[in-house]
Ligand binder design. Structure first.
Ligand code: HEM
Ligand code: SF4
Length: 592
């Protein structure tokens, strides 16, 4: 049986980017997010049943007799037998690298091929592996495994990323299978951490035992499970077909298999993605009111738990269309904030997410990857048309967005009560780079006390499940390794972030992680010169290119690499990351 959703056309929209895209005027901001100061202000009683109206079935993208133009990656996906070929053959050859098609496919397995850009002459290839940890949750066993792997097969450091995952750099091709299978067998996964599918789902990292926080975590887990690839390519390539999957809640399986509104490819091994997967990467974050630690508006979908007056979660507000990436000198590309789509009752969230994903899958552009993110579809259609199409896949109308309180930046650094008798301790890690003495000490503490950890969206780490009696010895050991209480760290460093950039990122135009210590020192000395106080801090984020992996367009001061030792300056973001910012100018670094 065939289905009407297999085609990767985008004929609904004209192909000329100039016609399709709004011209670039800085980050697209919202005009309609209603934010109130009070914590819970609702417009509808929760007992009201969700409004179900007759909604027509999805509009089939127009077909034409001429083949639509498709990007090269679309062809690689099509010919790959669900992301296997030629990667399965390429990883077995003696060469240190893999071919072009396999380089694209390995992203779906959670890895990027890289080479050391500091070295001249022959390229020394290696692979970066990224894990998937919904809500940043890392079980004790996985932490210890990653720590070992970094020493045995990586460059001796681990990186905590802005999407609450680990990155392990420098793995050689001949070791890939060992490293991948070790991660899989130790409660980890890298499946879908990169590539054209749903990436790691963010959620507040704090292990708070409140109903809302637990519900946000559970929702992040369920969304991640819903959108995990099903065709087995990952396990075929890395563990010879052994399926090591944890059991899924029945509601996730039910939602995935439901095809009442033509969201699925019923006979495909990938019921939601089909053979072509999504046009581009797809990012989802879940959070609770006020907690914007996840940079909710930078995601393709932002989901916010909405509770009743007794703190009982009832449903979700949904934002759509956020995204950071842009291309220098291409005005039709832009960073964009998510905008409100509507509210859904809690039992409908997986169906609403699936409907949004199916809309992007069938209508997102596949001809030019620079315009393939969902933000461009929404910008070109407008939110009302987008909502109407999503509702056809959802089978219901969205309810009005609920009013919620102002967002806050939450770092969760320092010591806090979890709410179950245990403590957690958030530690600042400069740019998420765990190495040297810090790495050794963290490992010792995590191993000795059998702690689980969480990675925050600000590249920091939280040690969880600590008994009060352990607080003093742990504080002492951590301080000896330079992991200090936040009050002893320069406030500029506490909120600053940089992407990895040189030497391994193939897209870097200039330094970010290696350049930021010097840049922060220079900002601090300028502050002193103009009489700003030590605590008058600003959020600074630096990336080595306009892709914006460390979300620079949301910071108060964003530096975006645009040439050797040269950065664009973006100003006007807010400390809680809700406001647009504008391109301000260009700055040459002194070349340190
Ligand atoms: C065309 C767009 C993009 C491309 C091709 C791209 C590619 C890459 C590559 C190659 C790396 C690995 C760098 C390394 O560790 O050596 C990376 C890192 C990363 N990217 Fe992107 N990226 C893009 C946009 C984005 C955006 C818009 C975000 C989110 C706002 C993002 C989030 C991340 C994260 C979280 C990391 C890990 C590094 C960190 O901690 O900052 N990427 N990206
Ligand atoms: S922002 Fe650019 S340089 Fe930095 S990690 Fe992302 S792709 Fe690489």
């Amino acid at each position: 049986m065939t289905t009407s959703f297999g085609s990767a056309t985008s004929t609904v929209i004209p192909n000329d980017p100039k016609i399709r895209m709004q011209s670039f005027t800085g980050l697209k901001s919202l005009h309609s997010i209603a934010l109130a100061r009070n914590h819970r202000v609702f417009t509808l009683p929760f007992s009201a049943p969700s409004v179900i109206r007759a909604v027509s079935t999805p509009v089939k993208p127009e077909t034409s007799t001429t083949e639509p133009k498709r990007s090269k990656v679309e062809i690689f996906k099509e010919q790959s037998n669900f992301i296997r070929y030629p990667l399965n053959e390429e990883i077995l050859t003696d060469t240190p690298n893999i071919n072009e098609a396999a380089t694209q496919l390995i992203k779906f397995h959670g890895s990027y091929q890289q080479y050391n850009r500091d070295e001249r002459g022959t390229r020394s290839y290696s692979f970066m592996l990224r894990t998937k940890n919904p809500g940043g949750k890392v079980p004790n066993q996985l932490y210890l495994t990653m720590d070992d792997l970094a020493d045995q097969f990586g460059i001796g450091t681990l990186r905590l990323t802005t999407r609450q995952t680990f990155q392990l750099h420098g793995v050689l091709k001949k070791n890939l299978k060992t490293v991948m299978s070790t991660i899989i067998k130790n409660m980890g996964s890298t499946l879908g951490a990169c590539g054209d599918l749903n990436r790691n789902v963010l959620a507040p990292a704090a292990p708070l035992m409140t109903k809302e926080c637990l519900f946000a975590q559970e929702t992040a887990d369920n969304i991640a499970a819903l959108l995990t690839p099903q065709s087995g390519f990952y396990y075929d390539v890395w563990v010879d077909g052994e399926r090591i999957m944890t059991s899924e809640p029945p509601e996730v399986v039910k939602a995935r298999n439901d095809n009442s509104h033509k969201t699925n490819f019923p006979d495909s091994p990938e019921p939601i993605y089909g053979a072509q997967f999504l046009p581009r990467k797809f990012k989802i974050a879940v959070t609770v009111p006020t907690d914007n630690s996840v940079d909710i508006l930078t995601n393709d979908i932002g989901v916010v738990v909405v509770s009743d007056d007794n703190g009982e979660p009832r449903g979700f507000n949904i934002y759509v269309g956020g995204g950071m990436g842009r291309t220098h000198r291409m005005e039709a590309t832009f960073p964009r904030l998510g905008e409100p789509l509507g509210y859904v009752p809690k039992e409908d969230i997986l169906y609403a997410i699936k409907a949004i994903v199916a809309t992007q899958r069938d209508h997102g552009r596949r001809d030019d990857r620079r315009y393939s993110r969902m933000k461009y579809l929404i910008s070109s259609w407008g939110i009302e048309k987008f909502k109407t199409v999503v509702e056809q896949y959802y089978g219901k109308k969205f309810e009005p967005f609920r009013e919620l309180p102002e967002w806050e930046f939450k770092s969760y650094l320092g010591w806090h009560e979890q709410g179950d008798g245990s403590l957690f301790c958030g530690l600042h890690v400069d740019n998420g780079r765990v190495g040297g003495k810090m790495k050794k000490t963290l490992r010792e503490v995590i191993e000795k006390y059998n702690l689980n950890v969480r990675i925050t969206p600000n590249q920091n780490i939280i040690l969880c499940d600590i008994r009060s009696a352990w607080r003093r010895p742990i504080t002492t050991v951590l301080a000896q390794a330079g992991l200090l209480h936040p009050k002893f760290v320069d406030p500029l460093n506490l909120t600053a972030m940089a992407c990895p950039a040189f030497p391994l990122c193939p897209l870097a135009i200039t330094e970010a992680e290696r350049g930021i210590p010097d840049i922060l020192k220079r900002v601090r000395s300028v502050f002193e010169k103009v009489g700003l106080k030590y605590n008058d801090s600003v959020v600074i984020r630096i990336t080595g290119c306009p892709n914006g992996c460390a979300r620079p367009y949301m910071a108060e001061l964003g530096l975006v690499g645009d040439g050797p030792n040269s950065y664009q300056i973006w100003l006007g973001g807010t400390p809680n990351q809700t406001i647009s910012k504008k391109f301000y100018g260009q700055s040459q670094s002194s070349g340190s």
